[in-house]
Design a protein around this ligand. Structure first.
Ligand code: ADP
Ligand code: MG
Length: 581
């Protein structure tokens, strides 16, 4: 008897986190590849058409299924992976809910072929959850499953699928995560008839390089740590390779890709002092932990995990990352002057974020940071500023400005003190001017004397292909030669050193290309974010004045393009209240 699938008893299925697993083509692909991995396949082929909207096919050489099991596999709560709820706590397979195929089949057209050692091969065809045909098949090994026309019978959901650019990016993300966590499996990925990836069985670092390209090689720092609680392995990326996006962050627990704020935080804080403001480290971190010490039954998509001992895990990860960064001599010198109260305590990481409030540091002495003549000047500004605050509404002649903490510009207006976030203010100014030039069709392009050559990963190449017209319409002049992107002109305002960042960011955004308005808005936002003056940058008086004057001639000076508050005001009353309670 080679049937192995059983329907879970009601009391077991009721305890399993339920919910919709089929959100988009990439979620289907994830479930299918996970099934192939669970079937002990050593070779998996993926065939995608039209970003998965018309075909997602996965062919494996795993253990296959009997005819009976092929039928059962599409029944809700039918699984060969657990029989009782306790099994979930010792789970080593990717799946266990017995729901994926049933949900997928109910919203698409499915063809499955499979062969089990003891039987001939079989073929079954299912539409909208109903069996429509079956016959013998001459399939030689494993299982092949085709999902055609996802959501064909749920038009509202089909209409909600995003552009091919966005759906393909999700598909590639899913593929990357599974291929990285299973480097010993051979993968081939065919997109619209073209083989995009062929990955032979290899070591983890070779797998990472095959996917992300050669340029990542010299940035990989190995990490290994064995403790009673967990074993940590994988690679972290050198601080120089940090990005403004969090794209290069991969956490796997027992080979399962997961998202975890506290683990990400633990890793990022190990990099403290090594990264520029707004940059995020990259890593491929593998945590191996006793399955009984975690709970994967938190969410149907299984990317969330609960850990029994998260406090200790936090410190273990934090110190192992610091340790390996230290070994590679990229760790910061210990800063004994650092105020420990600036550290975010572990408890706060878990709490809900609250809107930041402004705290006045009564010990702050602005003269400390300047030399004597500067100090004198600031002192004069301060007296003027005091004068301003004494003035009645209506008199604005003595407005003076200065910068503090290399982050904020202090200015006065009538009887108020204004504290402006320089970065957000500049984003707003640039955003409005970019939008204006996009709409007026006046994007000024600057020709680069030396074109910039960027090596793109396969994912980036595939995605660029879908939005190259948009790039060129905003002032880029770009051509592609094999895996090289050659940038000959860039929109005015973009520094040469920003080009790589701009390109990478553009390829990372969830924007719908069919919609002109959101495309321009997206480009304007992105460009303004990337090219703006950053926090931490010292500004001279002209620059400070430029920011203040231009900010207040914007259409919407209060909010940044991402809707963050740009400045706060303290009125005379507010200030007096602070003193008198
Ligand atoms: P789960 O993976 O949670 O058990 P699924 O609905 O994904 O639920 O799959 C149902 C069952 O079908 C699995 O338990 C497995 O026995 C069988 N199955 C699915 N895909 C394959 C495959 N590629 N090879 C062998 N068996 C498979
Ligand atoms: Mg499954």
């Amino acid at each position: 008897m080679s049937d192995i699938i059983k329907i879970l008893p009601i009391d077991v299925s009721n305890k399993i986190a339920a919910g919709e697993v089929v959100q988009r083509p990439s979620s289907v692909l994830k479930e299918l590849i996970e099934n192939s991995i669970d079937a002990d396949s050593t070779k998996i082929q993926i065939i995608i058409k039209d970003a998965g909207k018309n075909l997602i096919q996965v062919i494996d050489n795993g253990k296959g299924m009997s005819k009976n099991d092929m039928h059962l596999s599409f029944v809700k709560h039918a699984t060969s992976k657990i029989v009782k709820i306790e099994d979930v706590f010792s789970i080593s397979s990717m799946g266990f809910r017995g729901e994926a195929l049933a949900s997928i089949a109910s919203v698409s057209m499915v063809e499955m072929e499979s062969i089990n050692k003891k039987e001939n091969g079989n073929y079954i065809e299912i539409q909208g959850g109903e069996l429509v045909s079956e016959r013998e098949s001459n399939i030689q090994e494993g299982t092949s499953i085709k999902i055609k026309s996802i959501f064909y019978n749920v038009p509202a959901r089909r209409a909600f699928l995003k552009s091919d650019f966005v759906e393909l990016r999700h598909i590639l993300d899913v593929f990357h995560r599974l291929a990285i966590s299973h480097p010993k499996i051979e993968f081939s990925f065919i997109n619209n008839e073209e083989e995009i990836f062929y990955l032979k069985p290899q070591s983890l670092n070779k797998r990472i390089i095959s996917i992300f390209g050669e340029k990542i090689r010299e940035n990989l720092i190995p990490i290994t740590e064995s403790t009673q609680i967990a074993n940590i392995s994988g690679y972290v990326l050198k601080p120089e390779f940090s990005k403004k996006s969090r794209n290069n962050q991969f956490i796997f627990v027992n080979s399962r890709y997961i998202k975890s704020q506290f683990i990400s935080h633990s890793i990022s804080s190990s990099y403290e002092g090594l990264l520029k403001d707004g940059y995020h480290p990259g890593y491929f971190l593998f945590i191996d932990i006793d399955p009984s010490k975690i709970d994967v039954n938190v969410h149907p998509n299984k990317t969330e995990i609960k850990f029994d001992d998260d406090q200790n895990l936090y410190s273990i990860i934090n110190s192992s990352v610091k340790h390996c960064l230290g070994i590679y001599q990229v760790s910061p010198v210990l800063d004994f002057e650092k105020n420990p109260s600036m550290d975010i305590s572990y408890n706060q990481i878990k709490s809900q974020p609250v809107n930041p409030s402004i705290e006045i540091n009564s010990d702050f002495n602005p003269f400390e940071i300047f030399n004597h003549s500067e100090a004198k000047k600031v002192h004069e500004d301060f007296s003027d500023f005091n004068k301003d605050l004494e003035l009645e509404v209506g008199d604005n002649k003595h407005s003076k400005i200065f910068q503090i903490l290399n982050k904020f510009i202090i200015s006065t207006n009538k009887s108020s003190l204004i504290i402006i976030n320089q970065n957000l203010a500049h984003q707003r100014i640039l955003y409005e001017s970019f939008l204006k030039s996009i709409f007026d069709n006046t994007i000024n392009s600057q020709k680069l004397i030396f074109p910039i050559e960027l090596k793109l990963s396969k994912k980036q190449l595939l995605l660029y292909d879908k939005i190259n017209d948009d790039f060129n319409s905003i002032g880029f002049d770009i051509s592609i030669k094999k895996d090289l992107m050659i940038v000959k002109s860039v929109p005015y305002g973009i520094e040469k050193s920003d080009v790589e960042e701009v390109v990478e960011n553009m390829l990372n955004e969830d924007f719908n290309i069919s919609n002109d308005l959101s495309t321009s808005d997206f480009f304007a936002k992105r460009l303004s974010k990337i090219t703006s003056i950053k926090s931490g940058q010292k500004l001279n008086l002209d620059e400070q004045e430029y920011i203040v004057n231009h900010l207040f001639s914007c259409k919407e000076p209060n909010l940044s393009p991402d809707n963050k508050q740009i400045f706060i005001t303290l009125s005379k009353n507010d200030i007096e209240k602070k003193f008198n309670g």
